[in-house]
Design a protein around this ligand. Structure first.
Ligand SMILES: Cc1cc2nc3c(=O)[nH]c(=O)nc-3n(C[C@H](O)[C@H](O)[C@H](O)COP(=O)(O)O)c2cc1C
Length: 289
């Protein structure tokens, strides 16, 4: 469960793989527990110059700089409206102002296929707690669907503030988006790093968040590629996890494999259900204190 959304399994496809919802019919058969479409932007946006993606040869990481290309909210909403939701669909929306977010959230709110809405706050306007608070208050007034704020590692220094803001406004948190880097390997000269280098940061963010709030809906993202890692994230307090770089390294079978590995890892530790595994470590810590 993520808030009131029932997920067939806790491993979903992260934002960025299917930005415009063009691939849902085919890719939603891959065995994921939920499917994120986006980031969807208010207006049509063109991609940054090539190369936009670099896949490491000797480590489990990638660099990307697409620049949030999107067909824009009108055509993408129309496409989502035509989908037969086989697995729950979460829309990830990216606004560059409060009014853009408002347009995007209203559009997603009107689509019965959309189970939840994730807010990609890449725009620096929402970097500080004041901007984040304004966005959270606005968003929660626009929809009754579950909302998640997707944070970047650059929000790490205000993580606890972000949790308070999200909690006060009834939102959940997704950690993390990619690590910002400068690089000659991409056409834009900068980009985001995904994959294994994010994994420890994500786990540490989960622990920090659960120290502040044991109720807030929480998604773990970043370098999760095996069932053992999924279990580690659940034990650290995640309600569900998302993966993207795993698909680049393990192929479309990644979701089925991770689910099988998760069951094995749970069995080895004697957990009978995902909810039993969830937050195990944070509860154990509380008991120990
Ligand atoms: C090629 C690529 C494109 C991405 N595009 C988006 C995007 O449009 N919106 C977004 O919120 N995150 C985007 N992300 C970030 C991922 O959703 C995820 O947060 C990040 O890659 C960490 O997870 P991973 O290590 O499993 O890939 C993108 C990542 C990659 C690798």
């Amino acid at each position: 469960m993520l808030g009131n959304v029932r997920l067939p399994n806790p491993i979903g496809l992260a934002a960025g793989y299917d930005k415009d919802g063009l691939l849902y019919d085919r890719f939603s058969r891959w065995g994921m527990g939920f499917y994120i479409v986006g980031s969807i932007t208010a207006h049509r946006r063109r991609p940054l110059p090539r190369p936009r993606l670099y896949r490491s040869r000797d480590g489990l990481w990638m660099l990307n700089a697409f620049g949030l290309p999107s067909e824009g909210v009108i055509p993408v909403s129309r496409r989502i409206n035509g989908m037969r939701a086989r697995v729950p669909i979460i829309s990830n929306v990216a606004g560059f102002s409060l009014s853009e977010f408002s347009v995007l959230i209203r559009a997603m709110d009107s689509l019965p296929q959309v189970s939840a809405i994730e807010l990609n706050i890449s725009c620096p306007l929402f970097d500080d707690p004041a901007g984040m608070d304004e966005l959270a208050a606005l968003s929660s007034g626009l929809t009754r669907k579950p909302l998640l704020i997707k944070l970047s590692p650059r929000h790490s220094r205000i993580l606890e503030n972000a949790v308070h803001i999200a909690e006060e406004n009834g939102l959940g948190i997704s950690v993390y988006n990619t690590i910002p880097v400068t690089t000659d390997l991409l056409g834009a000269g900068r980009g985001g790093m995904s994959g294994l280098p994010l994994y420890r940061r994500t786990l540490s963010a989960l622990a920090r968040i659960r120290e502040v709030s044991d109720r807030i809906p929480l998604m773990a993202i970043g370098g999760i590629m095996t069932g053992v890692q999924v279990l580690e994230a659940l034990e650290a307090g995640a309600d569900a996890v998302q993966a993207l770089t795993a698909v680049a390294f393990r192929g479309p079978i990644a979701f089925r494999r991770m689910s099988e590995e998760l069951l094995e890892a749970m069995e080895a530790k004697g957990y009978r259900s995902v909810s039993e595994a969830k937050g195990y470590r944070s509860r154990a810590l509380v008991r120990a204190n």
